[in-house]
Write a protein that binds this ligand. Structure first.
Ligand code: FNR
Length: 364
């Protein structure tokens, strides 16, 4: 179908399910074991209701905000996802060009199909890019990579902490991987083995499972920019992260791809509101996992998030190249503007927890 027939994230996903090759679909869509968390990431939003306000002159609204020191066009960003050339030859470069139009930040994965220095120049100077780091067992490799990233002009690194080992993604294991696949920044090459062809697993063996809180000191020495921990899954760790002095955290369960039955990220956001509300004044808090609608974005902001990330939607939209990315962003931004108007706010500085009704989940 043409882009004009694509009205939302699910439409992109439906087209992808029919047109992507079997392996790409398996890798992108899969999640850990019974996929409970993947489903809950979405369905949890149905348990949070609005408290809309009326008669607020909403003829004009703005979705502009700030993230990690950048002005951005809307409060959502591209979560880091591996190997975008599986769906489109221009991969992360096409995502960058599409994001540049509305100043949507893009976080580039360690497992991206291109190197940062190939991706960054495709967007105008000053475009907000971030880099996602998987810490290598060989720390000197991570140090060299961080230097390369800083030289490319990137000022914040998202260190993934929810995947010391890959989750068991069975749909992906069942389909054999093309052994010519490799990712330039990690240096990993695909090799099927007796467990199967799960790409996250067979290309992730360089990741250091020994990573721990003490390593933040090493990271500070090796990286001059801001640090965000990606994959915080409890209020206790959100508080530890703030105390450790990082600039931000992403409440995330890796899109349900790591530990199955981990709580949906928004449930953790609610837990933070209840158990450590002071962190929201100390660090920036982001959320990703299952965000597919303007209402999802806005609910997270009301509950204290600075912005939210999306993984799979950008990969599925990339099926249509740069045009798909632009269309996805326009669609989400439009849904967000409509939601803001119907909720009764005109700019994002007006969000607050009183605009959502969480009675259905407050007993959790
Ligand atoms: C991911 N994710 C991910 N995260 C990360 O820190 N480094 C990575 O290389 C990847 N790679 C990756 C590949 C694919 C195919 C997917 C779907 C996801 C997780 C990603 O950043 C994000 O947390 C989730 O995708 C968010 O969930 P949704 O938006 O996909 O539901």
């Amino acid at each position: 179908p043409s882009l004009s027939a694509i009205l939302n994230c699910d439409d992109f996903e439906e087209v992808a399910s029919r047109t992507l090759n079997k392996k790409t679909w398996a890798f992108y869509s899969s999640a850990a074991t019974d996929c409970v968390t993947k489903r809950a990431n979405r369905s949890f939003f149905e348990r949070i209701w609005w408290r809309p306000r009326i008669l607020r002159n909403v003829s004009r609204v703005s979705t502009k905000t700030r993230m990690l020191g950048h002005d951005i066009g809307a409060p959502f960003f591209v979560s880091p996802a591996a190997m975008a050339t599986l769906v489109h030859p221009e991969g992360e470069k096409a995502i960058a060009r599409g994001c540049a139009v509305e100043r949507i930040p893009q976080c580039i994965s360690t497992n991206a199909s291109y190197r940062v220095e190939e991706i960054v120049p495709t967007a105008p100077k000053g475009h907000p890019f971030y880099f996602q780091l998987y810490v290598n067992k060989d720390r000197s490799q991570s140090e060299a990579l961080l230097e390369q990233v800083y030289k490319a002009g990137i000022s914040a690194v998202f260190v993934t902490v929810d995947a010391p080992v890959p989750g068991k993604r069975e749909d992906d294991e069942r389909v054999t991987a093309d052994e010519s696949l490799s990712t330039p920044m990690s240096g990993a090459k695909a090799k099927n083995d007796k467990k199967g062809g799960g790409l996250g697993r067979i290309m992730g063996s360089y990741i250091d499972a020994s990573l721990n809180w003490d390593d933040l000191a090493w990271l500070r020495r090796s990286w001059k920019g801001k640090i965000v921990l990606k994959g915080v899954q409890s209020a206790a760790d959100a508080k530890m992260a703030a105390d450790a002095g990082v600039e931000g955290i992403i409440l995330s369960n890796h899109g349900g791809r790591s530990l199955d039955t981990s709580p949906p990220a928004v449930m953790v956001l609610l837990e933070c509101q209840r158990c450590c509300p002071e962190i929201f004044d100390r660090i920036e808090v982001y959320v990703d996992g299952g965000i597919r609608r303007g209402t999802d974005v806005l609910k997270c902001l009301c509950l204290g998030a600075t912005a939210v990330g999306m993984g799979r939607p950008f990969l599925f939209a990339l099926n249509y190249g740069q045009d798909g990315i632009e269309h996805l962003i326009d669609t989400l931004k439009d849904e967000l503007e409509t939601s803001m108007k119907l909720l009764g706010i005109t700019d994002l500085s007006k969000v607050h927890p009183g605009l959502v009704n969480t009675l259905d989940v407050d007993h959790l």
